[in-house]
Design a protein around this ligand. Structure first.
Ligand code: OXD
Ligand code: MN
Length: 646
């Protein structure tokens, strides 16, 4: 038996069939009941009356066999791991310390944007009205009646024979004025173990709730397939009927049918972004799909930057940058989500509401992100990566760290070699790892006040036409740049191919309310405090041979250096049609391994930009229409005029 399994063996456990009697066997339960249902673990007296009411309603609806109230302890975690091991949901990875591999049903591998809905009384609270005959792409609305019907068509009795876990969690450091609490109810042990990594979870959260009885309700079930046959017993799910519902006015999230990532770890996309953005609008702050990093220059001056890139476009890599510029240091606050609010001095401060990284594995390597590689090989749950005969993991990009003679099993459980002609790891395979383990985690990453933000970056994968970096001319121009963001699609959701898609603010799949109103809210931030400078970056420009013109990764520190200088108002730029770009001598290209051509990085092909502005206009007019503030249309017209002069 691998040592790793022995280590969790000290926790007694009943087999799945006799699991009902776990409480008696383990003495962890209090032998009490809630709604006539046995509590197998945890203490009902810890629940505030409103949490208890939510649990009771959920029991009545889902009819679980037993209830487990999570305390977040180590003992509990071992129990959950044992359950997953017994059910075949995870396998141990003895090469590392406390690491596990989950392999999902191949029909449940990514966020399902087409089944993700926001419920409001009126449709225009949720989505802008597209032009007649055009299909809206800025979110999906569901009426209150259909919301109820969707729940009642799926949830009654869906947890029969299963354990219902009650997961108290905090997004953001416990007790921070910027943090918010949620209660996720789920029937998935994988969700419990992952939420323990991704959020602050357990008894301390219940203690905090007694001081502030206010929380987001989040109900999740992997579902019961209608035909009753679980082809993949180890990963129950109901892909045919998957649905992810949000009701902002009730602070309620309901998710059914998927056990995967953003569909099931409800603190992340559902709470921190979709519901979060609606709360942020009400309360006057921003909930954004952004990494947060701190960068210190050789003089010891430190600034914090946030950056919004679409899913799987390198946020984790930038957040953990290993600068190639001597004397620079980057520290990581977060890699996916930022909650930002002005403090009483008018300084915009950000917290990372998460507690872990749920990063895309393929492409992560000692060459591309050595810091991530130094983070993820302990206390980590990997999902849908390949595994090796020496008890480790493997994915595309890890070729150079593969020991010879090692055999590989792909994410589907089949033997794999480089000649197999298929991917070893699913392109959206992930690591779920505690943020605190990151060797460059910022000293202030859990500061309840947040860190002060000096610059906001937007960016995406743009193979043609878009320069390495440009700075917005003003706040409203910057908001326009965010609204006009476009990027090649990636594997993080169900989209196929490499089409250039509009992904405004990298939030297209995550808006909790009408995008036009969201832009208005962004514009209004300028009246609330000192707004940071806004930049657009593109690491992915290619030359006519299809080769990247910028090496990226550690060399992105050269771009950050210029940003820092601009934050100090240095005159190191030139004005061009689309904004400010580094003056030729201002971007530090010294000692680069590859020769890099300034012209190739910064040329502005007139034809491209004429077409780009026309496409942005077509997008705004067909998708957002009159919901988009006039200020943004004005910015577009001014850009078009400047481009005409190129
Ligand atoms: C993510 C995503 O999982 O953006 O972070 O899809
Ligand atoms: Mn993301």
């Amino acid at each position: 038996m691998p040592e790793i399994v022995e280590k969790i063996n000290d926790v007694p456990l009943a087999s799945p069939i006799t699991r009902k009697s776990r409480a008696q066997q383990t003495n962890y339960g209090l032998y009490s009941h809630i709604c006539g249902t046995n509590i197998s673990y945890g203490n009902v007296s810890c629940l505030t009356s409103s949490v208890k009411a939510f649990v009771e309603e959920s029991i009545a609806l889902c009819q679980p066999d037993q209830v487990h109230i999570c305390d977040g302890s180590d003992v509990e975690n071992k129990m959950i791991l044992r359950i997953m091991l017994e059910e075949g949901t995870i396998i141990p990875l003895p090469k590392y310390e406390n690491c596990w591999l989950a392999r999902t049903n191949p029909a449940d591998v990514a966020r399902v944007e087409s089944r993700t809905f926001i419920c409001t009384e009126n449709i225009d609270e949720t989505i802008p009205t597209p032009k007649e005959g055009v299909r809206g792409t800025l979110g999906n609305w569901i009426s209150p009646d259909d919301f109820q019907q969707s729940i009642h068509g799926r949830f009654p009795g869906c947890m029969k024979g299963r354990t219902m876990y009650v997961v108290p969690f905090s997004m953001g450091p416990l007790g921070s004025p910027l943090s918010k609490i949620g209660i996720e109810i789920t029937d998935s042990p994988y969700v419990v173990a992952s939420m323990r990594i991704m959020a602050r979870m357990g008894t301390p959260v219940l203690d905090q709730l007694r001081k502030q009885d206010e929380f987001i309700r989040a109900l999740h079930s992997v579902g019961t397939p209608l035909n009753g046959i679980l082809e993949y017993f180890s990963w129950p799910c109901d892909p045919e009927r998957t649905i992810i519902l949000h009701n902002p006015s009730e602070n309620l999230i309901v998710s059914y049918g998927s056990g995967y990532g953003g569909n099931s770890l409800l603190g992340k996309k559902c709470f921190a972004l979709r519901i979060g953005s609606t709360i942020a609008k009400r309360e006057g702050w921003l909930a954004e799909h952004m990494l947060i990093l701190g960068i210190t220059n050789p003089d010891g001056e430190k600034k914090y930057i946030t950056a919004a890139f679409p899913s799987a476009c390198g946020k984790t890599n930038l957040a953990m940058l290993n600068p190639s510029l001597p004397g620079y240091k980057v520290e990581c606050v977060g890699d996916d989500i930022a909650w930002m609010k002005f403090d009483t001095e008018g300084v915009l401060r950000a917290i990372n509401p998460e507690n872990g990284f749920f990063g895309v594995a393929p492409g992560t390597s000692l060459e591309t992100n050595p810091i991530a590689m130094a983070t993820i090989f302990k206390n980590t749950i990997f999902t849908n990566v390949a595994y090796t005969s020496d008890g480790g993991v493997y994915w595309e990009g890890m070729e150079s760290s593969l020991a010879s003679g090692v055999q590989i099993t792909d994410w589907l459980g089949k033997p794999w070699t480089k000649e197999s002609g298929r991917l070893a790891a699913h392109p959206n395979s992930r690591f779920c790892t505690p943020a605190g383990q990151c060797p460059i985690i910022d000293l202030h990453w859990e500061d309840p006040q947040g860190v002060p933000i000096s610059a906001i970056l937007f960016g995406g994968r743009r193979p043609v036409g878009v320069p390495l970096i440009y700075e917005a001319r003003s706040w409203s121009h910057g908001v326009f740049i965010g609204a006009a963001m476009r990027s090649e699609s990636t594997a993080a959701a169900e989209h196929k191919g490499k089409a250039i898609m509009n992904d405004p603010f990298a939030m297209r799949p995550f808006f909790g309310y009408n995008f036009g109103h969201y832009v208005k809210h962004w514009l209004s931030m300028a009246n609330r405090g000192k707004v940071p400078k806004i930049f657009h970056v593109n690491w992915f420009r290619k030359d006519s041979n299809g080769k990247f013109v910028w090496p990226g990764y550690g060399d992105n520190s050269r771009v950050l250096e210029w940003i820092l200088r601009r934050c100090n108002e240095e005159h190191c730029y030139i004005d061009v049609a689309i904004g400010k770009i580094p003056a030729k001598s201002a971007l530090n290209l010294n000692n680069m391994k590859e020769v890099t051509d300034y012209e190739e990085l910064f040329s502005l092909p007139k034809e491209f930009w004429l077409q780009e502005t026309a496409e942005i206009r077509a997008y705004f007019e067909s998708q957002v229409g009159s919901d988009l503030p006039q200020e943004i249309y004005n910015e577009l017209s001014q850009l078009r005029e400047r481009v005409a002069q190129i």
